[in-house]
Design a protein around this ligand. Structure first.
Ligand code: GAP
Length: 438
């Protein structure tokens, strides 16, 4: 995996566009750097990822509370969190071509890698997107698009305590968009200006932080196994103090072997009580937990597993993209776990011009679609071509209705990865699919 040819990413990008997973944002106007639009298959894949995360970390637990906070927040939030002062990257401008570079990515900080011109002095560049609230555009109307979903969690800590009186420890979870004015967005959906995150702030006692950190490290590993990210491509890297965010006392980066290098996929941080204390000070509202049993009142500490949705999609596509030979032909298929594949099954009549086959196939299609949802009907071209089309988008099963079906109500189920075919009674189809998806 480490020495993958560079072209693998190009092939994935091209497949994503051709088959409707991802398009460049604002494409017909020449695009907008750092933005991508998810097409029908991309949004289905992304929803499957987000729904599975929500199920695993919110619905299936008793100690987790979900929120969906506003993206626009009072700017005092970002003052208190330290983002106005410190959420910046070192930037260098070329004095000749005027292009900007992230200083950390430059091998030579004196010479422009594009035009060989002289580079200017390094300066800090705040990555938050500024906007104005209301009709006037002065300093008092300035607000920001949130750079992380975590902010919306911390400001709702008191609301969750007041509404739900949660037992301790407990967590607040959120999935949503975040915005970062990246100096150099790059590598498809790896470094975006508009991104999506799945974040949890898990509130704990300070004395428990090391044990809880290990528990959450395991949960993140379980998550990767559940969606089918190959963990032999993931490396857990201890982030040294000088590279950690200002709020963190310990961070592990989960780095994935992307085709363009080993880079951060997820982060796990111990944010101490930095955020609750800062927001309590900034808002003058105490942000504490009162333990009925012990009569203790304290400011909780927090463990934060932070997962980028888009980087999850990219890692999944990199792991899933496979080329092999089948029936003497080169084929491309996405080896996605059936649980997250955008389409679970495709139903085909063997021949398009045999009315009785098409009618039967339509019946089978409607029956399993009403139970599974993500099922498609295809009668276009020969069966081989239809298999290839489904392989390319990762559909795990193709169901063919042939003349035997008319006689004995059985169908052929073809498995994507092996091409193996088995005969199955129509009545067992939905149950079979539900089992492999669940
Ligand atoms: N709340 C903590 C936080 O935001 P982070 O390491 O800056 O920490 C968390 O971001 C995750 O968000 C990353 O591990 C990555 O998955 C994703 N992410 C961050 N910046 C991104 C970008 N520019 N484009 C796509 N995903 C990004």
């Amino acid at each position: 995996m480490k020495n993958l040819p560079e072209t693998k990413l190009d092939k994935i990008v091209s497949l994503c566009k051709r088959r409707g997973f991802l398009y460049q944002g604002s494409e017909i106007y020449g695009g907008l750097s750092g933005t991508f639009d998810y097409g029908p298959l991309g949004v289905a894949l992304k929803n499957n990822v987000k729904n599975l995360w929500w199920k695993m970390f919110v619905d299936d637990r008793e100690d987790m509370y979900g929120v969906d906070a506003a993206i626009l927040m009072n700017p005092k939030v970002w003052q208190a969190s330290g983002h106005i002062g410190g959420f910046s990257d070192p930037m260098i401008e070329c004095q000749k071509c005027k292009k900007h570079f992230q200083a950390d990515n430059l091998e030579d900080k004196n010479k422009c890698p594009l035009c060989a011109g002289k580079l200017g002095a390094e300066r800090r560049f705040n990555m938050m997107f500024k906007t104005s609230i209301g009709a006037s555009e002065d300093e008092s109307s300035v607000s920001y698009l949130r750079p992380e979903t975590a902010g919306g969690i911390f400001v709702n800590f008191k609301n969750i305590i007041d509404s739900f009186h949660p037992k301790f420890p407990f967590g607040i979870a959120q999935i949503g968009k975040a915005f970062r004015n990246e100096i150099a967005p790059r590598d498809f959906i790896f470094r975006l200006r508009e991104l999506e995150q799945m974040e949890i702030e898990y509130f704990i006692r300070e004395s428990d932080w090391e044990a809880e950190f290990e528990i959450w490290r395991k949960h993140m590993e379980e998550w990767m196994d559940a969606i089918g990210i190959d963990r032999s491509h993931v490396h857990e890297i201890e982030v040294p103090a000088e590279n950690r965010a200002h709020y963190s006392k310990r961070t592990i980066d989960f780095e994935y072997e992307f085709p363009f290098g080993q880079k951060e996929l997820y982060g796990l941080a111990y944010r101490t009580d930095f955020d609750l204390r800062s927001h309590a000070k900034g808002s003058s509202v105490p942000l504490e937990y009162y333990d009925d049993a012990t009569g203790e009142r304290f400011v909780p500490h927090v463990i934060e597993p932070s997962l980028g949705v888009d980087r999850t999609i990219l890692a999944l596509l990199c792991d899933a993209y496979t080329e092999d030979e089948m029936d003497d032909e080169m084929r491309v298929y996405l080896k996605l776990h059936p649980r997250i594949a955008p389409v679970k099954a495709a139903v085909f009549p063997l021949l398009k011009n045999k009315e009785e086959l098409v009618a039967k196939a339509r019946l089978v299609y409607s029956a399993i679609k009403s139970e599974i949802g993500a099922v498609i009907f295809d009668d276009n071209g020969n069966i081989g071509k239809r298999y290839r089309r489904q392989d390319e988008i990762g559909t795990p099963y193709c169901v063919t209705i042939d003349f035997d079906t008319l006689a004995d109500d059985t169908v052929t189920v073809r498995h994507r990865d092996t091409g193996k075919q088995e005969r199955m009674p129509i009545g067992e189809l939905a149950g079979f699919l539900k089992k492999v998806i669940s």
